[in-house]
Each structure stands twice: as C-alpha cells, then as structure tokens.
Design a protein around this ligand. Structure first.
Ligand code: SF4
Length: 355
C-alpha cells in the first residue's frame, strides 16, 4: 500500500529517523527552522512516536506554530509540520558569552588508542585534518565575536603537520591551549614546532591519568606514562604553562591523591590539575551519559561540522551544523536551542525527556 500524499507543503524537509526530542532531534529541528523564512513551513519526518507529543511543546516555547501531524500508519512514520513564527527573534550569533571558548579538532589521528577516547582516535583513524586556512578563518571570526580562548584538540594535535602555523597565527589573536598526550614532541620537527610557540600565549594541557604508571598505562598503553612525564617536564623546562587533565572511570581517592602529589612535585599547581570522568561517547563502552540538555554547550568545530561539546564529536545527536563556518551560525543555533531549554525549565518541565 502506498503512503497517503503529504498535504502540507514545506519549504524544507528534514528526516529525524528514530531520534527523539531527548536526543539530537531538537538540535536538528533548531537548525532546520533557521533555514526557512518567517511564515514558511518546516517538515520533520520521524519514526519515533514520542516526537508527536513533544514537538508541539518545543514549537510553542520557540514561538512557532504547529501546523499538522500526518500519520502514515498507527506505528508511523509521521510527518510534522511547523510554521516559523513571524515575530520569532532568532539569535544572530553575536557575542561570545556562550562559554567564551571555541574548540577546534585539528585532526583525529593519534599515536595512542585509548579505550575511552570520545573522538574514536587511534593510529588507524582517518586523520580528518582541519586545513590551516579553515582553522585560521574560524579563529578570526571567533575573535571578531569577542571570543576569549581557543582550544586545539584531537586526536593528537602535534600530528598535524601545520600545527605550528595554526598556533602561531591564532595566538596573535587569542590565547591558545593545546590538548596533548605529550608523547610526540620531544624530538625532530615537532620539537622545533614546540620550541617556536609563544610561551605567553600558548598553554599545554597534558593528559595524565595517574601519578604512577599503573592506571595511566592500563588506560593508555604500556610505557605511555613515562613518555607523558618526559613530555610534561620538557614543556615546563621550555617555559610553558602546563595544565594536566586526568580522565578516570571511577574517582578513586587514592589514585587522585597520588596524582596531585606527583604533579605538585613537578611544579604543576592544583589550579592546573583537572579531573574529569569518562564520558560514554566515542570508543567508551561506559561512562557519564552526555546529551544537549545535560551538559552546557562548548561550541566545537571539526573539518566537517560543528558540535555541541568537544566530548560529543562522534555523537550524531550532538551535531550542530554540517559545516564549521560561519562560526556565527554555529553559535546562533546553539543559542536558539539554549533559549528553548531555558523557557522549558522556567515552566518547570524536564526538557523533552521522552523516556
Ligand atoms: S584519548 Fe587522547 S590520547 Fe587517547 S586516543 Fe583519544 S585523542 Fe589519543
């Protein structure tokens, strides 16, 4: 039997598949409604029945009009149509108060293959390198929006052959932090790249999961602790500010205390020691659940898109845009989503949790 014909014409159609409003659908709808003019209609196809109940609440909170729900069979799929409100004020993306930081994935390949890697990085991962000019254009646009800090991550950023140029030109505009496992820059060209960086404008954030090799090597591979410590010491000896981030499955007090002790003895102050849980993203089989309504946004760019948060770049539910530029549009989409979340919270609802 063929499906009944659609009765409402739409300027744009999007397919939400099996996503519900508690996962990535609202981000997809938020960027979809931004593409239609005032008074025009966005159509959303869905296979998830809870969307039929939840999307009208989103439309009302966002200032749009629910037009129709077409049901192809009692078990779906459904086609929902929403007319963009005429007096809806969309964010223009101006200002960078939203987090004030911009994350950029320079590449996805890495010398390690940590079991909890949220980016699914490894020596075999496609490099997905951010072209230098694209990265610099992003930083320039962010600086124009009064952004305050750029954070470069991956993958291992020092595997990007043009990292030095990205950093030196970015650092002329904004302070730069590079997240690194500190294992690959001790020698050769990468050592020269490191030495050329501006000590006043560049911070290195080294991943170290314990104060002794046991936990770190179990999570990151045999011998990795010793090389990370060698890199950390080198960076400090060269005069860089070094922060350390520790990723743990369980916050075991003894492991944490041992790391603090090790780092203090290395001259890394407590304010530069960050402990974070494993996120259940990417390669991780367990960890903290992440969603757009459970973590504050930290706009993040990859060569092929923009994301809600740097831990979510392997999660289609956290995709904000299909292109990293323009930055203004990335921030605007996130702001629109946050605005509806805030409106929902002020009504006392839990935000569109469907289960
Ligand atoms: S967690 Fe960091 S060091 Fe480990 S594989 Fe991922 S990017 Fe590489």
């Amino acid at each position: 039997m063929s499906a009944p014909p659609s009765t409402v014409n739409a300027a744009t159609e999007i397919d939400g598949g099996a996503m519900d409003c508690g996962s990535g659908l609202l981000l997809m709808v938020t960027r979809g409604i931004r593409t239609v003019g005032a008074g025009e209609v966005l159509a959303i196809r869905t296979e998830e029945k809870s969307v039929v109940a939840d999307l009208p609440a989103w439309a009302r909170l966002a200032g749009h009009e629910m037009v129709d729900v077409e049901e192809q069979s009692p078990t779906g799929p459904w086609r929902l149509t929403v007319r963009r409100g005429s007096d809806t004020v969309f964010s223009t993306g101006g200002g960078a108060d939203l987090g004030t930081r911009l994350w950029i994935y320079t590449n996805f390949d890495c010398n390690l293959a940590c079991g909890y890697c949220c980016a699914e990085s490894s020596p075999r991962a496609p490099s997905r390198r951010m072209p230098t000019e694209l990265a610099l254009e992003a930083v320039e646009q962010f600086a124009e929006m009064d952004g305050r800090e750029v954070l470069l991550t991956g993958g291992e950023p020092f595997l990007h052959p043009e990292l030095g140029e990205i950093v030196s030109r970015s650092a002329q505009l904004l302070p730069v932090t590079i997240l690194t496992n500190a294992m690959v820059f001790a020698r050769g060209n990468r050592r020269a790249t490191l030495e050329a960086m501006d000590r006043d404008r560049v911070t290195l954030q080294v991943s170290l999961d314990s104060g002794t090799p046991e936990v770190h090597d179990r999570q990151r591979g045999s011998g990795s602790f010793a090389r990370a410590m060698e890199g950390l010491r080198l960076a400090r000896d060269l005069g860089f500010r070094v922060r350390v981030s520790m990723t743990l499955y369980d916050e075991d007090p003894a492991t944490v205390a041992a790391l603090h002790e090790t780092l203090l003895s290395e001259g890394v102050p407590r304010r530069d020691q960050l402990i974070r849980p494993v996120a259940h993203e990417g390669s991780a089989q367990t960890g903290q659940h992440i969603s757009a309504d459970s973590i504050a946004p930290e706009p993040t760019l990859t060569v092929d898109g923009a994301w809600w948060h740097p831990v979510g770049v392997a999660d289609p539910n956290l995709r904000v845009a299909d292109s990293p530029l323009p930055i203004r549009e990335v921030f605007a989409t996130i702001r629109d989503a946050v605005r509806v979340q805030d409106a929902s919270t002020s009504e006392g609802r839990t935000v569109f949790r469907c289960v």
